[in-house]
Design a protein around this ligand. Sequence first.
Ligand SMILES: Nc1ncnc2c1ncn2[C@@H]1O[C@H](COP(=O)(O)OP(=O)(O)OP(=O)(O)O)[C@@H](O)[C@H]1O
Ligand SMILES: [Mg+2]
Length: 294
Amino acid sequence: MSEPLIRIVNLSKVYGAGETAVHALDGVSLEVARGELLAIMGPSGCGKSTLLNMIGALDQPSAGEVWVAGENLAQLKDVDHFRARTVGFVFQLHNLLPTLTALENVEVPMQGQGMGSQARRTRAMQLLEVVGLAGRAGHLPSQLSGGQRQRIAIARALANDPLLILADEPTGALDSQSGEELLALLNDLNQSRGTTIVVVTHDRRVAQATRRIVRMRDGRVVEDHRLVDPLEEDLRTLARSQLGQAILDEEDRPLAQMTPEEEAVLRRILLRVDGVQQDYQEHQPPTGQREPQP
Ligand SMILES: Nc1ncnc2c1ncn2[C@@H]1O[C@H](COP(=O)(O)OP(=O)(O)OP(=O)(O)O)[C@@H](O)[C@H]1O
Ligand SMILES: [Mg+2]
């Protein structure tokens, strides 16, 4: 297994002290692989936003460790650089700067990253196209709908092509159709760019569109539910294997390099595909010519 993108070890966060102390996080451990799209759910006040803030280096833990992309956040030399380059934030409130246009808002994270102003503008325009809002480049946030503002926030989060997007209740203020569009956009980014996405949500539909749901309660993770498609897992194993790489690289005679494990995976995949075809044939109207399957 490769190194997870996010590794959280026994993380705690206490706000205040003495009688009024609040244990917002109470020993959370969690790993997130590159390319995952996961939802964090749980009742109000259970620590979801606190956890997201820790992953984005927006807040300091009381105890425990957070590693992102191989770096211990407590030992980051340049926190601003980390926030600008590795993470894109999409939060429900205080999203956009009200006096800047949509285009200018998307440009903000690219400032101070060594890009010329023309390059920034071009990239911001491309990102507005990605979220379907190129036609609103010159509008102020107050001239946009809630859903459009969220899409601008996503374009802004993508500005520096981050490894990770952290979204806190991104659909919270949206009607169901805008919510679904936003979700489709996040899904698409996850699939097409492999961006890892952690989304805090109360919305069951949002959570169901992800591949993994982490539930929290009272500052702890109480459930970690993954939807794993066994065939997809096998295909992924195959793609990562020497054989898979050889096939993808179009090397000569890749089968000659196959190890016994790879052969077993390949056989399982082929058997399953074969089984699916048989099921399919069995649901066709009988032709009277086919032998019954054993
Ligand atoms: N800056 C702070 N000072 C003191 N307590 C805080 C602070 N931020 C959060 N808390 C407390 O920590 C706990 C966790 O808060 P958090 O915002 O992480 O909850 P949440 O799961 O995001 O809730 P919601 O679904 O309502 O957004 C809450 O009890 C909250 O009151
Ligand atoms: Mg919250």
